[in-house]
Design a protein around this ligand. Structure first.
Ligand code: NAP
Ligand code: FE
Length: 365
């Protein structure tokens, strides 16, 4: 059994301020990578720049990362880092800025390489990297992956290099500015990570612990997602804990079929990442239960659902309906089969099996 978790994580109130010295000691000039607005609005950017100023570490800010960031954005930020001689990278935001920042850490650490290096299989050492998450879904602060969009290929997928953050400074207080919609979408991503890591070809007892613990925490968050309860500071820390813990689980296994099916929905239908994954979880579990129902029962017990039908109804209610053109569902099934990603599913599955998942999850028109 393998378990590898090299990131030092602090999850607590005022995490950035409390551990600023460690962050500031990672280099002599920082490139801070953020999205366009949220990091400035929720206080995370100011927390980071206050600390850097306190320790006299100069910094520059790249704040142009879009959702589902493209390799072109990564290349633009890396050019800035190289020109400014930044020697470490701090990503602040949701999964999009964190993943873009991982790509920047690779490119700026290897200035002789072009943007195509992101998807080449050669060993490249990244610059030191700090992650400050402000959404509660991707777990990117503890995973080695960076999911980037490649516009020229009309494709979304993990870059070839692993960038494990040196430091993850996690603080639920940044979630206070998130809409319920964003909380739902991103926490359903964390739920998806817990389920897919638990029901994965690479799953083992170590990462079961992380998936199962994350699922237990997630079940306590349901009333806040449905609007029955109002979240407070403590709740936001729980949202972060479920997300970071689920990230620790997928860091060991990677994701499975629902994530693979979600990328075309995001690219072609503009569906937010977590929602796009969430549509497929119930049907994925149903497919899996044909082979090993006890694993699915374990998940349902931890989440507090009596059976799969109750979980399916809850997810459909939480996420709403999603339609897809029949020709697109055919294309998605074909591309999943040819990608080889079915190997992430522990049992044999053919195109009919994939179509079963698609048809149960979406309204195929
Ligand atoms: P995101 O794309 O990073 O952000 C979504 C939106 O939320 C943006 O408009 C952002 O604004 C805003 N936002 C961020 N933090 C906020 C806050 N605290 N309050 C209010 N608004 C806030 O969303 P995400 O779901 O976290 O990340 C999705 C990306 O991560 C996808 O590309 C997905 O494929 C990837 N992903 C990566 C991994 C991994 O292991 N690396 C795993 C799963 C998914 P701004 O743009 O202004 O910042
Ligand atoms: Fe995800």
């Amino acid at each position: 059994m393998k378990f590898y978790a090299p990131t030092k994580v602090y999850l607590e109130k005022n995490s950035v301020k409390n551990h600023g010295r460690e962050m500031a000691s990672l280099g002599s000039k920082a490139l801070i990578v953020t999205g366009r607005h949220s990091a400035a609005a929720n206080g995370s950017l100011k927390d980071v720049t206050d600390v850097l100023e306190e320790y006299d570490v100069p910094y520059i800010i790249f704040n142009e990362v879009e959702e589902n960031p493209s390799v072109d954005t990564v290349a633009k930020a890396a050019e800035l880092a190289i020109g400014e001689k930044a020697d470490f990278v701090i990503g602040i935001g949701g999964g999009s800025p964190l993943d873009a920042a991982k790509g920047v850490a690779i490119m700026a650490g290897n200035p002789e390489e072009g943007v195509e290096c992101l998807y080449e299989k050669k060993p490249l050492k990244p610059l030191p990297f700090v992650a400050v998450p402000t959404t509660c879904g991707t777990g990117s602060e503890v995973t080695p992956n960076a999911v980037l969009t490649r516009p020229a290929l009309h494709k979304k997928g993990s870059m070839s290099h692993n960038v494990n953050p040196d430091l993850a400074l996690v603080d639920g207080k940044y979630l206070a500015s998130a809409s319920r919609n964003l909380l739902i979408s991103t926490s359903v991503d964390a739920l998806s990570h817990s389920i897919e890591a638990r029901l994965h070809s690479n799953a083992n007892e170590y990462n079961h612990m992380f998936s199962e613990y994350a699922l237990r925490i997630w079940s306590g968050l349901i009333p806040y997602l449905t609007g029955q309860k109002e979240a407070d500071e403590e709740t936001y820390q729980r949202f972060m804990l479920s997300s970071t813990t689920a990230g620790m689980a997928i860091a060991q296994t990677a994701t499975s079929l629902p994530h693979a099916l979600s990328y075309p929905l995001t690219l072609d239908y503009g569906v937010a990442h977590g929602r796009a994954c969430g549509f497929f979880e119930a049907a994925y579990m149903e497919e899996y239960a044909r082979n090993k129902p006890e694993d699915v029962e374990c998940i349902l017990n931890l989440l507090g659902f009596a059976d799969l039908a109750a979980f399916d109804a809850f997810m459909k209610d939480l996420l709403g309906p999603q339609a897809i053109a029949e020709e697109d569902s055919d294309k998605i099934a074909d591309s999943l089969i040819s990608s080889g990603k079915t190997s992430t599913y522990p049992f044999p599955i053919d195109r009919d099996g994939v179509m079963r998942i698609l048809r149960k999850s979406l309204e195929v028109m």
